[in-house]
Design a protein around this ligand. Structure first.
Ligand code: 2ND
Ligand code: ZN
Length: 391
């Protein structure tokens, strides 16, 4: 038996990198080799996104304009070069270095106007990509540098999402997750902020940032408070660190979902000669309890949590019927979109309509929306669209 470690293979960029947001992909309408979908099919299909960072999804042109207005220096001067810079700098093989690139996006998101604009463009970009429901997260505590109050940050972003969704060509609904930074000490405050805005569009809570050395149990008070409030939360765990982080997130903190959780494969033994993989106690628990994994393939390759798209544990976890969802993490740093992620998986594994539907329904089952609203999206939006295509 060998552990199915995600970091075993040498790290390589995916051969056909996903296009930057808005960019046309070559041979748009032609089926992806080995799959029954084209890139245009994937864009057209209704999709659901549970793990996307607001400060990781800006348009490069917007970063340039906002930086210019406040005199913030950037490493490139035109949108294409800046987009490439973000992808290359984030493609570092380490979560810590990947996170350094956020200095530039956070720097230009320090006013209500800029937060509103970034949120509105985010909703518009997700709608254009065929996302019908998204949960977008950010850390309010990172946007106080010019004197905004936490409430002003939250309200500017909520207003931006509403305006962007209202003006979009395709219907999209955007829920917000408020993130606390795991190295800081504001999680209780941010958890209370999230609960205060629960009827205004904030649907959950999260912690993010460097994982090694910052276990989720540092924020136990916040998680216990959220449970007493019957609120929802996910925890970034099992990305930059392994099984202990996942175990704490679930068994100490009570996370509803795992942000990434990809290193759960360290608890799965795959027989070298083929045969049935053996799940350890934690992996078995995660699968039995249907705990959703917010997998982010391109991001995992960039931070070194996976060797390549082709070697990504998503294949094993899908085959073992874990509750897997597909996500972007950071569209700017990954040069990706949700359709781009699905296209990479179609190229690597031949996945097409039926897997796209499975991942989409998994995501809706895992969303922090009331049950009746999830069901309505499944029955009225997703199933009819896929009934025409998936078998
Ligand atoms: O994948 C991630 N892991 C941990 N932290 C992350 C990841 N992507 C973004 N972040 C951090 C950087 C952002 O400033 C913060 C809030 O969105 O969350
Ligand atoms: Zn993330």
């Amino acid at each position: 038996m060998v552990a199915a470690s995600p970091a075993g293979a040498p790290r390589t960029r995916p051969p056909a990198a996903a296009p930057p947001p808005g960019a046309a992909r070559p041979a748009d309408g032609a089926p992806i080799a080995g799959a029954d979908v084209s890139y245009a099919d994937i864009v057209a299909a209704p999709k659901v996104l549970l793990h996307d960072h607001l400060d990781g999804g800006l348009r490069p042109a917007t970063v340039l304009e906002l930086a210019d207005a406040i005199g913030h220096p950037l490493p490139a001067a035109d949108p294409a070069a800046l987009g490439s810079w973000f992808v290359a700098a984030a493609d570092s093989g380490s979560l810590e270095r990947y996170l350094e690139t956020f200095a530039h996006t956070v720097a230009v998101m320090q006013t209500e106007e800029s937060l509103y604009r970034v949120a509105a463009e985010c909703a518009a970009d997700l709608a254009a990509d065929g996302v019908v429901y998204a949960e977008v997260r950010y850390a309010p505590e990172l946007h106080l540098e010019t004197g905004l109050r936490l409430e002003e940050v939250v309200e500017a972003v909520l207003a931006g999402f509403a305006a962007g969704a209202a003006g979009a060509d395709r219907p999209v609904r955007v829920g917000t997750l408020l993130t606390a930074m795991r190295h800081a000490a504001r999680s209780q405050e941010i958890a209370e902020l999230a609960v205060r805005y629960r009827d205004a569009g904030v649907v959950g809570f999260d912690i993010a940032g460097a994982e090694a050395g910052f276990p989720p149990t540092r924020h136990l008070d916040a998680f216990e408070y959220l449970q007493r409030e019957n609120f929802h939360f996910t925890i970034h765990a099992g990305e930059g660190f392994g099984l202990p982080s996942i175990w704490q997130a679930i068994q100490w903190c009570g996370a509803d979902r795992l942000g990434h959780g990809v290193r759960i494969v360290d608890d799965i033994a795959v027989p070298a000669e083929g045969g049935v993989p053996a799940l350890g106690r934690l992996a078995g628990y995660v699968r039995d309890k249907r705990i959703p994994l917010e997998l982010c393939p391109s991001s995992n390759v960039q931070t070194g949590a996976a060797g390549s798209i082709a070697a990504h544990p998503i294949k094993l976890l899908h085959d073992l019927r874990f509750r897997v969802t597909v996500n972007t993490d950071n569209r700017l740093m990954g040069g990706t979109t949700l359709s781009g992620e699905f296209a990479l998986l179609a190229e690597a594994f031949g996945w097409g309509w039926s897997e796209l539907r499975w991942f989409t329904i998994n995501a809706l089952k895992s969303a922090f929306l009331p049950f009746d609203e999830r069901l309505a999206l499944i029955d009225e939006v997703v199933k009819p669209a896929y009934a025409r295509r998936a078998h």
